[in-house]
Design a protein around this ligand. Structure first.
Ligand SMILES: [Zn+2]
Length: 314
């Protein structure tokens, strides 16, 4: 697989890169349309679009669910390359809904390629305040407009244009065709404005930045901090486990190895419960994308990275 990374990525992505090589024969690069996104298919009617990380951290998976009459794009990435054109190439002129799994830059900077994007009400003010101008691309470029961590230049970026940011919340649903519904489930923890999307027809839960083997919970969000905690994550996982565990077979995560068996979710819940009982039950010290020390606790294949700040204060 072609790589564009210039600087070394976070150490924990090695396992994912190995896995990617094994499945690269299932992917297509539409170089003339968008050389920055490699399109994989792990199941029929779902395109898993791989985007290399622009800040040296974790690469991203953007998912496109194609229904009979409409499609749902889950996240928009860094904005590098022309994702909108690629999506149109894949789905033709079907109606397109665009959603953000949460408010972090690597999931939302590409929003301005589209006219309307749905996100959780807690994500909305953060995106509006931080990612609504051409400046949002600056941290990833040097003074000449070239990528610092990834081989791109300013001509690969969109000209920022305003777009409609629309709140959507737990219980909302998108209809992609007759009897094809995708339900919105509020899943805070990694971010206060976290959403998952349950595709009942394809039996897949799209979880954004959660359940990716290395979910990071900082607990440092200024607004709605109580929803950026291990406790908030545990509450959300508990509800999904109780109500919806029979509704899906697979979890599609936004980082690292993207296709996970659904047994991952109860393991992730056990990780949270262990940590709530004992905040110091970590096995190892590791690092976040900014090189800050954090702790890691695992149960089976599921892991959580966290700080001492990642919990609700009494
Ligand atoms: Zn995130």
């Amino acid at each position: 697989m072609e790589r564009r990374a210039i600087k070394k990525k976070a150490p924990y992505v090695e396992k994912t890169l190995e896995w990617l090589e094994k499945v690269s024969d299932r992917s297509v690069l539409y170089r003339d349309i968008d050389p920055f996104h490699q399109v994989f298919q792990f199941t029929e009617h779902v395109y898993s679009i791989f985007e290399e990380c622009a800040n040296g951290g974790s690469d991203l998976w953007i998912n496109l669910i194609e229904g009979e009459s409409a499609a749902l794009l889950v996240d928009t990435g860094y904005g590098i390359g022309d994702l909108a054109k690629l999506v149109r190439h894949l789905i033709g002129d079907k109606k397109l809904y665009v959603v953000n799994t949460h408010e972090h830059y690597d999931h939302v900077l590409g929003n301005c390629r589209f006219d309307r994007v749905y996100c959780h009400p807690y994500a909305l003010p953060f995106i509006k305040e931080n990612y609504m101008s051409q400046d949002m691309f600056s941290p990833y470029m040097d003074e000449n407009g070239n990528g610092i961590y990834l081989d791109f230049n300013k001509n690969d970026l969109p000209e920022f244009k305003g777009y409609e940011l629309v709140p959507c919340n737990d219980g909302d649903r998108f209809e992609l065709g007759e009897d094809h519904f995708v339900d919105v489930i509020y899943t805070p923890g990694h971010a206060a404005g976290g959403l998952s999307f349950l595709d009942r027809k394809n039996r897949i839960l799209f979880t954004g930045a959660m359940h990716s083997g290395n979910t990071l919970i900082e607990g440092l969000q200024e607004q709605y901090r109580e929803y950026n905690t291990v406790e908030a994550f545990a509450d959300a996982l508990e509800i999904i486990k109780e109500k919806e565990l029979d509704s899906f077979d697979w979890i599609y995560a936004a980082h690292e190895i993207p296709v996970l068996e659904k047994g991952y979710l109860p393991e992730q819940l056990e990780v949270c419960k262990d940590l709530i009982r004992d905040h110091a039950c970590n096995e190892s010290i590791t690092y976040d994308e900014n090189g800050r020390e954090c702790y890691c606790h695992m149960v089976g294949n599921a892991g959580l990275r966290y700080f001492r700040t990642s919990f609700r204060t009494k």
